[in-house]
Write a protein that binds this ligand. Structure first.
Ligand code: 4HQ
Length: 248
């Protein structure tokens, strides 16, 4: 097993299908990754298995109680004391390709998913090593965020994407968006594939793709372009793009 994820959640069923299908499903089957869910409710001690309570000081919504989460974490940690605990929250560090790559070098991550207004602050103070956000929007719970993190991190585990494909070949490796892709048919209802792609001229194809990647990035994500490592040739291509009518 190359990497383990233990997910602490009130909704373990949410994780079954997304992590069983396709590439992640294969990775689990091939034991490149292991994903376990732990139901926080199983760590309550009261008859009604209460996991939330009203906030001190008043206000709307409910807060997840510290004791069930503490017991759930301690139970996982007792088997794996060095595992890092991540809490998914909009207040966390933004998830990026770099952060995903760094997390993929960890042998064991514990992902804590909050519901309602989130967890009692003492959970973070006492247990959480790192808070991570998947973006500036509000979800109904941390479960989908945890799945996004597992997906992005797993792509960096050797073998997950298949033998000779690496996560580094994809978008963001060099801070450029991907060029447009086409497959058959050549003509779909009058909309045709760019001629260069069927020319058989490999250097012309490479040049076209690079140009399209640069054009898209400068148009849609100038913030990324500023971080890209551009060659002299790239700079020349960009100059050309900016001065031509296809900068739209
Ligand atoms: N939530 N990135 C509120 C998120 C979120 C995000 C998770 C909603 C935590 C309490 N998590 N709960 N964005 O919106 O990670």
């Amino acid at each position: 097993m190359r990497m383990r994820f233990d997910v602490l959640t009130l909704f373990p069923d949410m994780f079954s299908s997304p992590l069983r299908e396709s590439i992640l499903g294969k990775a689990v089957e091939r034991e490149l990754i292991q994903i376990r869910t732990i139901n926080i409710r199983d760590f309550t001690l009261d008859k009604h298995q209460v996991v939330d309570d009203t906030p001190y000081g008043g206000g709307q919504g409910m807060v997840m109680k510290v004791e069930p989460i503490a017991r759930a974490i301690e139970s996982v940690k007792s088997q794996s004391p060095s595992a890092r605990i991540i809490y998914l929250t909009p207040q966390g560090k933004p998830l990026s390709q770099d952060l995903a790559r760094r997390l993929s070098t960890q042998p064991h991550l514990i992902l804590l998913c909050g519901r309602y207004e989130g967890v009692d602050e003492r959970v973070k103070e006492l247990y959480v090593d790192e808070e991570i956000s998947i973006g500036d929007y509000v979800l109904t719970g941390g479960e989908l965020a945890a799945m996004v993190l597992i997906d992005a991190v797993s792509r960096f585990i050797p073998g997950v994407l298949g033998c000779d494909r690496s996560a580094e070949e994809d978008s963001f490796f060099d801070f450029l968006l991907e060029y447009p892709q086409y497959t058959r048919p050549f003509n779909f209802r009058g909309s045709c594939v760019p001629e260069v792609l069927v020319s058989g001229n490999h250097s012309a194809i490479s040049l076209w793709r690079r140009r399209e990647a640069l054009r898209r990035t400068s148009l849609r994500r100038p913030d990324l372009l500023a971080r890209a490592n551009l060659s002299e040739e790239d700079k020349r291509l960009l100059e050309e793009i900016l001065n031509s009518s296809d900068h739209c």
